[in-house]
Ligand binder design. Structure first.
Ligand code: DHK
Length: 143
């Protein structure tokens, strides 16, 4: 069974109440439940995490080297700032899908250019919470 790690960065624990005009009203718990259903359908072993801390995300990415075959990451605000997460992703040998709920390309200048995309196999953005399902389907094909 292929092993998938899904990582969620800072403030995604606030989905549902956080700027709903941008991120919608679906909570992270609901997204997690949907991902768990999808993992069963795709025969993937899923580990799902959220952290507000850059170092914790780096630790998880490093641990994925031995515990996961693929990573899906919504780096949230760290997309635009974190060389440490970029470097950690570069060490991972399997496929990486970078995911954003909103279409970052249509957003303000601050949220438009992810420095992490150069370390990703593919990028999904603007599909809302469905992006997680789409990313999982892609990963199931890739790994
Ligand atoms: C989530 C965030 O927290 C923002 O910092 C990103 C991303 C976009 C999202 O759309 O899921 O800019």
């Amino acid at each position: 069974m292929k092993r998938l790690m899904i990582l969620n960065g800072p403030n995604l624990n606030m989905l549902g109440i956080r700027e709903p005009h941008i991120y919608g009203t679906t909570t992270l718990a609901q997204i997690r439940e949907r991902c768990e259903q999808q993992a069963k359908q795709l025969n993937l072993q899923l580990s799902f995490h959220q952290s507000n801390h850059e170092g914790e995300l780096v630790d998880l990415i490093q641990s994925a080297r031995t515990s996961a075959d693929a990573i899906i990451i919504n780096p949230a605000g760290y997309s635009f700032t974190s060389v440490a997460i970029f470097d950690a992703l570069k060490i991972f040998e399997g496929p990486i899908v970078e995911l954003h709920i909103s279409n970052i390309h249509a957003r303000d200048k601050l949220h438009r250019h992810s420095i992490l995309s150069a370390a990703a196999t593919g990028v999904i953005c603007g599909l809302g919470p469905y992006g997680y399902v789409a990313a999982m389907m892609a990963v199931a094909q890739m790994t």
